[in-house]
Ligand binder design. Structure first.
Ligand SMILES: NC(=O)c1ccc[n+]([C@@H]2O[C@H](COP(=O)([O-])OP(=O)(O)OC[C@H]3O[C@@H](n4cnc5c(N)ncnc54)[C@H](O)[C@@H]3O)[C@@H](O)[C@H]2O)c1
Length: 355
């Protein structure tokens, strides 16, 4: 799968021409925030490749990531005569990307689509890997399909309009990738903290490209999550538990950041990473605007939610730990005591370890 990176949409026409998409119609699918901001710019490039370019906007927000929204998109596509050769373009964050991908996977038993991610989280994570879907009856991503986009077009310049909170949430996934796979990149993030905070376009472009590259390499080696892809869950097991505990009021990447600190603390407890590294990881999370304590959580309830996460294998939790900064592994033997110690570390109850 091709992945284009540019601080403009200038290469979009070229990307389509090089792709296998040849239909006459394309529907730009965004939300009520991304369409007013970027649909016109994207449309002007699409018009060079397609005779019919439509725009469809979902109402923004996770609460609309459901089958009712998908139905409205199916209706729109039917009314506008979309056939099997036509395609969709997802212009938005993870919510738009997951829903557009799901509609593409199912409309007429599957049509092509491309991803144009517009949040940091989507640019470094959700737009790649082909996981699509919607929430159902209160369960996140309960209904879905694997459906790969034809290409991903990442324009980090659009991040200039993203809120600080959403940008920080994306940094949770950036830090996760550096911690699990690339020590040099972790060092680079430390060295470029100021530029990233200022959202310097060239620095952000490089950061997004490197992070996306880490995910793509892993997904390519393990597309259906049989082994190595599980490493991408670093920070996610306790992170998801906090997300549920907080009724999804704390952004996903923020919960991942807390999960990263907890996982680092468990790794430290096993003597795998040093005290200095543990605190460095926590300081970096703080510097990028992520919370380092989860206010008011009940440790035992977080433990229960952690153990009910879907990433369990035969009743045993498959937890991702750090062997060192830049190297993660799957541990099937993490005990309740270790999990509780990790949870307490982010509950403000700091444990002082002896070296
Ligand atoms: N498919 C996957 O592999 C995968 C991985 C991780 C997360 N996800 C999913 O991603 C979703 C979260 O994605 P998200 O964090 O991008 O949230 P989101 O899509 O809800 O976007 C966050 C907010 O930012 C707005 N927005 C988007 N781009 C903007 C821009 N450039 N300028 C201003 N505002 C903008 C959106 O309208 C929305 O209000 C969750 O549903 C999660 O399940 C999927």
């Amino acid at each position: 799968m091709e992945h284009y990176f540019s601080n403009s949409f200038d290469l979009l026409t070229e990307a389509y021409e090089a792709s296998s998409i040849k239909g006459t119609r394309v529907c730009i699918v965004g939300d009520t925030n991304t369409c007013p901001l970027y649909a016109d710019a994207v449309k002007s490039f699409c018009e060079k490749c397609f005779s019919q370019v439509d725009v469809f906007a979902f109402p923004a927000g996770e609460e609309h990531k459901n089958l009712m929204s998908i139905e409205k998109l199916y209706e729109f596509l039917l009314e506008h005569h979309y056939d099997r050769t036509d395609s969709l373009l997802a212009l938005g964050g993870g919510v738009v990307g997951d829903m557009t991908g799901f509609a593409a996977a199912t409309y007429l038993r599957g049509i092509k689509y491309v991803q144009v991610p517009t949040t940091l989280l989507a640019q470094v994570d959700s737009s790649m890997g082909g996981k699509t879907g919607v929430d159902f009856k209160g369960y996140k991503n309960m209904v879905g399909a694997f459906h790969m986009p034809e290409f991903v077009y990442t324009n980090p310049a659009v991040l200039s309009t993203l809120s600080d909170e959403q940008f920080a949430s994306g940094m949770g996934e950036v830090l996760k990738s550096a911690l699990l796979a690339d020590e040099d990149f972790f060092g680079w993030l430390l060295g470029n903290m100021y530029e990233i905070g200022e959202r310097d376009p060239e620095t952000v472009l490089e950061m997004v490209k490197t992070t996306a590259g880490i995910k793509e390499a892993i997904v390519q080696r393990d597309p259906t999550e049989k082994g190595e892809r599980a490493l991408l869950n670093l920070g996610h097991t306790i992170g998801h538990a906090i997300e549920k505990y907080k009724n999804f009021e704390l952004l996903h990447g923020m919960c991942v950041g807390l999960g990263l600190i907890a996982a680092a603390s468990i790794s430290h407890g096993r003597g795998l990473i040093g005290t200095e590294e543990l605190y460095e990881i926590r300081d970096v999370c703080f510097a990028f605007g992520l919370p380092i304590f989860a206010d008011g959580i009940d440790d035992n309830e977080i433990l229960r939610l952690t153990k009910s996460d879907k990433k369990m294998a035969g009743g045993q939790i498959r937890f991702i730990l750090l062997e060192e900064i830049g190297k993660a592994f799957i541990a099937a033997d993490v005990t309740d005591e270790e999990l509780l110690a990790g949870i307490r570390f982010i509950n403000g109850d700091e444990i002082v370890y002896e070296e």
